[in-house]
Design a protein around this ligand. Structure first.
Ligand code: NAP
Length: 283
């Protein structure tokens, strides 16, 4: 089965890399072609256009930034749907709104493609290890067909319902992520202002009931006060905005969302989401 992969950002590179490592034939297209080079070095074929990629692939994956990016990649004049679908399966793993997933599903169907929304929970580490949590929306048979590949990317791939169910679940889990990272930051800054160091407080959190792999994973960054992006803060701000747009009452997420939005305005968007602590420090 020939795989066509679109998007070689922080997540796309390790995810597509796992499919290559599992022995699959994979072609890649990325808007900025140089950023696909690490995959080409691993044996991927570089496609010069999306049309070429779609034409040669049996199954397609997209892993890009946001709603505008996926809409352009699927429905733009040079997008996926400009090439006849012939029943091919397209799987969008980006975090976008459930409305966008349903929009893409409908347009895919009209162009002869089948479509699954399959966003992921877990950052660059789990992406490298193939231990992501994958939340799938769409036709059950299409899910069964994709599952052997999804199992190379994640430790679980859960079918949750029709198109939009995967992205709905993803917004829910990231709501908790956004609140948690804001909460950890506030806790560390609160402790520091009362004379407890970040190192001491991280040890306490780690030994306590609220210690999680997430917080342990961010400890080195926090101690070095250095936040290279694994999950960029701009994407967290986007996810909390999408959650807000769902119109459900979520007071803590509303407040965290405003905080990430302000951090974005301060120019922290390309750093890791943990850099929210830099924004809070300045307030
Ligand atoms: P990233 O490193 O910022 O990469 C974004 C990718 O999208 C790049 O390949 C970029 O191409 C492409 N892109 C952006 N706008 C585009 C457009 N208009 N047309 C074509 N391509 C476009 O993002 P990431 O961290 O890999 O995240 C990808 C998705 O996964 C996001 O939806 C994010 O919310 C989600 N996610 C991320 C993580 C994480 O920890 N990083 C975890 C779970 C889910 P260029 O190279 O040309 O810029």
């Amino acid at each position: 089965m020939k795989i066509g992969w679109i998007g070689s950002g922080n997540m796309g590179i390790p995810m597509a890399g796992n499919l290559l490592a599992a022995g699959h034939e994979l072609s890649v297209w990325n808007r900025t072609p140089e950023k696909a080079e690490p995959l080409i070095a691993l044996g991927a074929k570089g496609a010069s256009t999306i049309a070429q990629l779609v034409d040669e692939a049996d199954i397609l994956f997209t892993m890009v930034s946001d709603d505008a990016a996926v809409k352009e990649i699927y429905t733009g004049p040079d997008g996926i749907l400009a090439t006849p679908g012939r029943g091919k399966l397209a799987i969008d793993m980006s975090t976008v709104s459930p409305d966008t997933s349903r929009f893409l599903a409908e347009h895919c169907q009209q162009a002869g493609f089948r479509f699954l929304d399959a966003p992921v929970s877990g950052s660059v580490g789990p992406a490298k290890e193939g231990t992501l949590v994958i939340m799938v929306g769409g036709d059950k048979d299409a899910y069964e067909e994709a599952k052997p590949l999804l199992d190379k990317l994640g430790k679980v791939a859960l079918h949750l319902g029709p198109n939009g169910a995967g992205t709905s679940a993803k917004l829910a889990i990231n709501l908790l992520l956004g609140i948690t990272v804001q909460g950890v930051s506030e806790t560390l800054l609160f402790a520091r202002s009362l004379g407890i160091s970040t190192e001491q407080m991280l040890n306490i959190i780690s030994e306590s009931a609220v210690g999680t792999p997430l917080i342990r994973g961010k400890a080195a960054s926090l101690l070095a006060d250095n936040y290279p992006a694994a999950f960029a803060l701009k994407h967290m701000a986007k996810d909390l905005r999408l959650a807000r747009e769902a119109g459900v009452s979520t007071p803590l997420a509303e407040s965290a969302g405003a905080s990430y939005r302000h951090a974005l305005e301060e120019g922290l968007g390309d750093l890791d989401l943990m850099a929210i602590i830099k924004h809070l420090e300045g307030n």
